[in-house]
Write a protein that binds this ligand. Structure first.
Ligand code: CP3
Length: 352
C-alpha cells in the first residue's frame, strides 16, 4: 500500500517485547470530549456522521496528536458500528451515550439481524484507516479496534449502556444456545472486520471487552474467553492463508483482573488492565512474555499536576520499561483537564 515509513515504533516494539527508546503512551478515548476542538467539531457533525466520513474521522483522530507527544493514534470510530451493520439503529445522544430504539427483546429477534457483508458495510472504517496512515506520515502507529462479542451483545440487548447488564446476563442463563448463536455470529463478523482493518493499514488491533466487568470469573471464562481466543486464532489463520503479516493484538477486558493468567494464554501480545489491578500482581499473573497496558484511574486525572505526576511515576516504576505501554485504566472522561494529559505523557517519557 506504500505507506510512509514509521518513525516512532515504540508502541509496536513494546507489543512485540523488543527494547524501546522510551515507554510508549496513548490514552483510550484520546480523541474525545475533553478536547475543546472535538466539542467544536461535534457541534457541526453528528457522531456517526464523523465515523462514516473518512476525512472527518481522520481530522478527529489527529486532534490529540497535535496537542500531545503521544506514541500511538487510534482510528476514530465506535464499537457499535457492528450492530449498525447488522441493521440495528444506534443513536448517540449527547449526555446519555448510545441508544438503540429497538434492542433485541428475545431470541425471536435474532433472525432479523443481517450479519452478511459486515466488513463491506464497514468499508468506511477501512477507508479512514488508509487515509489516516497517509496523513500520519509515519509519525506514530495507527491502532484499529473492535468491540468483543459479549460487550456488543450487551449493548444490543440492553439498548444502550447499563449499570448491570441484567437483561443480557439473563440471556446467558435463560437462552444459552441462542446466546452462543449470537456470540458466534459476532465473533465471525469481528474476524472479517479486523481482517479488513489490517488490509486497510491498521498496525495494532485492540479488542474491547469493556462489559467483562459485569461478569463473574466463571462467567467470563465461559462467555468471553472462548470467543476472544477464536477471534485471535481465526484472524491469524485468515491472514496467514493470504500471506499477510499479522499485527500485534491487545485484549482489554475491563474488570477481568481476576483472569489475567487465563487471558495471557489466548495469543494476544498485549493485555490491558484497569486500575483495580496492581501492576506487580498483573506481571505475576501474565508472566514475562506478555506486554501490559494501563492503568491509571481516569479519576486520578482530576488531581493536581503534582499529584498526577507522582501517581504516573509510581505506575511506570511498578510496570517497568520492558513490555509496557502506558495508558489509563479506561477511557479518559469528558471533564479531564488538558494539563493532566500533558503531565501524563511527559512523565511517562521522562521515566527511564
Ligand atoms: O479511543 C479513541 O479515541 C477512539 C474512539 C473510540 C470511541 N469509542 C469514540 C467515542 C473508541 C475506541 C470507542 C470504543 C467504545 N465505544 C467502547 C469501548 C471502550 C470503553 O470505553 O469501554 C464502548 C463501550 C463504546 C460504546 C460507547 N460509545 C459508549 C458507551 C459511549 C457513551 C459513553 C461516553 O463516553 O460518552 C460512546 C460514545 C463515544 N464514543 C464518544 C466518543 C468520543 C463520546 C460521544 C460523543 O461525542 O457524543
Amino acid at each position: 500500500m506504500n505507506f510512509p515509513a514509521l518513525k516512532n515504533d515504540n508502541l509496536l516494539r513494546a507489543a512485540r517485547g523488543e527494547d524501546v527508546d522510551r515507554v510508549p503512551v496513548w490514552v483510550m478515548r484520546q480523541a474525545g470530549r475533553y478536547l475543546p476542538e472535538f466539542m467544536e467539531f461535534r457541534k457541526e457533525h453528528e457522531f456517526f456522521e464523523i465515523c462514516r466520513t473518512p476525512e472527518f474521522a481522520c481530522e478527529v483522530t489527529m486532534q490529540p496528536l497535535r496537542r500531545f507527544d503521544l506514541d500511538a493514534s487510534i482510528i476514530f470510530s465506535d464499537i457499535l458500528v457492528i450492530p449498525q451493520a447488522y441493521g440495528m439503529t444506534v443513536e448517540m445522544c449527547p449526555g446519555k451515550g448510545p441508544v438503540f430504539p429497538e434492542p433485541l427483546k428475545s431470541p425471536a429477534d435474532l433472525p432479523n439481524l443481517q450479519p452478511n457483508g459486515t466488513a463491506e458495510k464497514l468499508s468506511y472504517v477501512g477507508e479512514a484507516i488508509t487515509m489516516m496512515r497517509h496523513k500520519l506520515e509515519g509519525k506514530v502507529p495507527l491502532i484499529g479496534f473492535t468491540g468483543a462479542p459479549w460487550t456488543l451483545m450487551g449493548y444490543m440487548i440492553e439498548g444502550g449502556g447499563s449499570k448491570t447488564m441484567s437483561k443480557a446476563k439473563s440471556w446467558l442463563k435463560d437462552y444459552p444456545e441462542d446466546s452462543n448463536t449470537l456470540l458466534s455470529m459476532l465473533t465471525n463478523s469481528i474476524v472479517d472486520y479486523l481482517e479488513m482493518q489490517v488490509k486497510a493499514g491498521a498496525q495494532l488491533l485492540q479488542v474491547f471487552e469493556s462489559s467483562a466487568e459485569h461478569l463473574s470469573k466463571e462467567e467470563f471464562l465461559e462467555h468471553c474467553v472462548p470467543y476472544l481466543k477464536d477471534i485471535r486464532d481465526k484472524l491469524h489463520e485468515r491472514l496467514e492463508a493470504q500471506s499477510i503479516a499479522p499485527v500485534p493484538m491487545t485484549l482489554f477486558a475491563k474488570g477481568a483482573g481476576h483472569s489475567l493468567a487465563e487471558q495471557s494464554k489466548l495469543g494476544y501480545e498485549v493485555i490491558g488492565v484497569d486500575w483495580t489491578v496492581d501492576p506487580l500482581e498483573a506481571r505475576k499473573q501474565v508472566g514475562p512474555n506478555i506486554t501490559l497496558q494501563g492503568n491509571l484511574d481516569p479519576q486520578d486525572m482530576y488531581k493536581t499536576p503534582e499529584e498526577v505526576k507522582a501517581l504516573v511515576e509510581e505506575m511506570v516504576k511498578k510496570f517497568g520499561k520492558h513490555r509496557y505501554i502506558a495508558n489509563l485504566g479506561h477511557g479518559i472522561t469528558p471533564l479531564t483537564p488538558i494539563e493532566s494529559m500533558k503531565v501524563l505523557v511527559e512523565t511517562v517519557h521522562k521515566a527511564f
